[in-house]
Design a protein around this ligand. Structure first.
Ligand SMILES: Nc1ncnc2c1ncn2[C@@H]1O[C@H](COP(=O)(O)OP(=O)(O)OP(=O)(O)O)[C@@H](O)[C@H]1O
Ligand SMILES: [Mg+2]
Length: 343
């Protein structure tokens, strides 16, 4: 996921340094992967069964908000099953031909990772159905009335698709995955484990209260946990202080991350709902335009966490701020839901 706002807490356009940092901290095996216990168990079983039968593992769909470990898990799948990994992404597949090039050059047993698979071209989707099911593709040769399709066998492979918006996948595609993992936001103790692990790898001495303070402010997301940890490390370094709870508070205040972990964009969305739309209901598109963001970003990046912490609900008539939202922003509730019911 990418968007334009330069916020620390919301996953944004990654700089080279951030990407290198993420890469270094990525767990390499299922055992190292913190949390998502259910998904881990399911994956373990799936990979083990494939190994015992000496075949490629079923296709896997990883669904969930940004930064919860989809790319990491895709890499782990390849690593654990000792298979080479090929990385691609939906936006890179704009024509069926782009996909044909990838599929026809796969090595036997290779794991093909397609990130943001919901953004793949429609024409490529159809090719993918056949490839997933029969390890075969039809190559179209020529144009118009003279066009013919030539069937081509491809090497058996395991597709790992990742999406922040599984709802956008057409059913035939979704049905062809043997297993869909829905990644959940992490709880605080899991985030503490992520942070302790990262602190060790960064060689950062940090108190456990400070770890807990960060864990409570990273939107249930390991990527943000790691990112905030790095900001805290910078803060401690530059100010020549230890990484204490106070240092965490000061550092995160500097970066506009509040006690709930809301960043500037989260707050802009909530604030707009409360002040301009009296708490809603307001439609996704209207809301997105009002904060100058894309609807997709608001829906996939901002909303899931706001829903999870109970500041916002989705109703058939639009998004509605909850009482907790009015309280968090220190405002008196305007009961617009009742009002619009009367209309
Ligand atoms: N379960 C985990 N345990 C430890 N670290 C994790 C875990 N999940 C994610 N991380 C860390 O968070 C970072 C982001 O994870 P990852 O890139 O896999 O997220 P993603 O779901 O692919 O996000 P996006 O949708 O933005 O592509 C990784 O660099 C990794 O270090
Ligand atoms: Mg990813």
């Amino acid at each position: 996921m990418t968007h334009n706002d330069e916020t620390v807490a919301t996953p944004g356009v990654e700089s080279e340094a951030e990407l290198a940092f993420e890469g270094a901290l990525r767990p390499k095996s299922l055992d190292e992967f913190v949390g998502q216990q259910k998904v881990r168990g399911q994956l373990q079983l799936l990979l083990r069964a494939a190994e015992m039968q000496n075949r490629t593992a079923d296709h896997i769909l990883l669904a969930g908000p940004p930064g919860l470990g989809k790319t990491t898990l895709a890499m782990i799948v390849a690593h654990e099953s000792n298979r080479p990994l090929r990385m691609s992404s939906g936006p890179a597949i704009q024509h069926a031909g782009d996909l044909a090039a990838v599929l026809s050059s796969l090595l036997p047993g290779e794991v093909l990772f397609i990130d943001e698979i919901h953004r793949m071209a429609r024409s490529a989707e159809e090719m993918l159905y056949l490839a997933m099911e029969d390890f075969r593709i039809d190559i179209m040769v020529g144009k118009g009335a003279g066009a013919t399709s030539i069937p081509l066998d491809i090497a058996p492979f395991t597709l790992v698709g990742a999406t922040t918006r599984s709802g956008l996948l057409p059913n035939p595609l979704r049905d062809r995955f043997g297993f869909t993992a829905h990644l959940e936001f992490y709880d605080e103790s899991e985030l503490e484990q992520v942070l302790v692990r990262a602190a060790v790898m960064l060689d950062l001495e940090i108190r456990s209260e400070a770890i807990a303070e960060i864990a409570g402010r990273c939107r249930g997301t390991p990527r943000i946990a790691n990112r905030l940890l790095r900001r805290v490390r910078d803060f401690a370094l530059v100010n020549d202080v230890s990484a204490s709870r106070d240092a965490v508070r000061a550092a995160l205040e500097l970066y506009d991350v509040d006690q709930l972990g809301l960043d500037r964009l989260d707050r802009a969305v909530m604030h707009t709902m409360l002040t301009r739309f009296d708490g809603g209901p307001v439609g996704l598109n209207t809301l997105a335009v009002s904060v100058g963001e894309e609807a997709e970003t608001v829906e996939a990046v901002v909303e899931p966490f706001l829903v999870r912490i109970g500041l916002l609900t989705r109703t058939p008539r639009g998004r509605v701020a909850t009482r907790a939202a009015w309280e968090h922003f220190g405002m008196a509730e305007r009961n617009s839901t009742l009002f619009s019911d009367e209309l």
